[in-house]
Design a protein around this ligand. Structure first.
Ligand code: GTP
Ligand code: MG
Length: 348
């Protein structure tokens, strides 16, 4: 609790990168590792996102206490996956627009690819700080995997020629490429100033190697550099529409990421549409049902009365089909304010 009476929300972390470089596998691994940490009930599924609480991050990063000492004051991290296929530039941009922080996933063996460069452009434009996950280290010739082990521990167990091959790929395919697009970068354990140098964490989303360091660096940086952004008033919600979709029986609904405040059923909301701003009221808010077993893929949505930032939620409201994905969404506290917000959106 802060003396300002405001609490910190979860940083919103978007995962970007080229197709097949391992974004979804990485998020599955983080969720799965939390399950093996016997804390499945603590992970909450959101619409288009999932939240990993601080207690789980601390537990997963425990082997690293000496390397990266930290006590988390953020309540957790909210992760948003994005598709890497070239057709989905719009989804990557929308992810980039709500992100406080990003993980750029790069296959250490394949190196930079078109959507890697595109992702970096989005992060540059939006000034989103990021770290790089150099994924698939288990595919480096000669690499002997040590499942669910910190990278540093597994690295020390490899013969010298394998270590050298990792360093070569890390440099040629990732670090040198980052320099070419204007970023100073280094392996995370060689970074002295994280505000100037992009940290690169070698990982395997498949075996779990390096996940502890990835989470420790991510959480440590997020709370060190984002604290002012993360203070959240328990006031009217602000968010962004990620996608519009058909909700059977309910018509069109909007999948929204809330990055500030509280959204309640019945709230007057203002968003942007192709034919001008849309003013409407929230008829229903839908969230995935909490389940003990995290691996159940299909989750039913259930109505909730309110959601607090940071959150991913499906919003059902009359006329929401006139809204457009990527538009901001604001709660208004009066009709008058709704008109002002509509004017603001019209000008944007
Ligand atoms: P898009 O969503 O299509 O952009 O792909 P993605 O980045 O989400 O990649 P995804 O996680 O679907 O992984 C693509 C393939 O790479 C799958 O077959 C994964 O099993 C495999 N893969 C992901 N991470 C690793 C890894 O660390 N090591 C190995 N060997 N394979 C991996
Ligand atoms: Mg994916």
């Amino acid at each position: 609790e802060q003396s300002t009476g405001k609490r910190l929300r979860q940083p919103i972390v978007v995962v970007l990168g080229h197709v097949d470089h391992g974004k979804t596998t990485l998020l599955d691994r983080i969720r799965g590792t939390a399950v093996t940490a016997k804390e499945p009930g603590l992970i909450t599924q959101h619409v288009g996102a999932s939240v990993v609480p601080a207690s789980v991050i601390e537990k997963l990063a425990e082997p690293l206490k000496k390397l990266i000492p930290f006590k988390l004051i953020i309540p957790g991290l909210l992760f948003i996956d994005t598709p890497g296929h070239e057709l989905f530039t719009n989804l990557r941009r929308r992810g980039g627009s709500v992100a406080d922080f990003a993980i750029l996933v790069v296959d250490i063996n394949e190196g930079f690819q078109p959507q890697t460069y595109e992702s970096i452009e989005i992060l540059k434009q939006r000034r989103v700080p990021f770290i790089v996950a150099a994924n698939k280290i288990d595919k480096i010739p000669g690499w002997k995997s040590n499942p669910n082990t910190p990278f540093i521990v597994s690295y020390r167990k490899q013969p010298q020629w394998v270590q050298e091959e990792l360093e070569r790929r890390l440099w040629d395919n990732v670090i040198a490429k980052l320099y070419e697009v204007g970023f100073q970068a280094d392996r995370f354990d060689r970074v002295k100033d994280f505000t100037r140098t992009v940290a690169v964490i070698p990982i395997s989303a498949k075996t779990g190697e390096g996940i502890a360091e990835l989470l420790a660096v991510l959480a440590g940086l997020a709370q060190r550099y984002l604290q002012n952004r993360l203070r959240f008033a328990e006031g009217p919600a602000k968010g962004v529409i990620l996608e519009l979709r058909e909700q059977p029986g309910l018509g069109t609904a909007a999948d929204v990421i809330i990055y500030d405040g509280v959204l309640k059923r019945g709230d007057l909301i203002v968003t942007g549409g192709l034919e001008g701003p849309v003013i409407t009221r929230v008829r229903a808010l839908l969230m995935p049902k909490p389940l003990q077993e995290i691996r159940v893929a299909k989750r039913e949505l259930e109505p909730v009365d309110e959601v607090y930032a940071a959150a991913g939620v499906r919003v059902v409201a009359p006329d929401i089909e006139k809204a457009v994905a990527g538009a901001p969404i604001y709660v208004a506290t009066s009709e008058e304010e709704a008109k002002q917000l509509a004017e603001k959106i019209r000008r944007e």
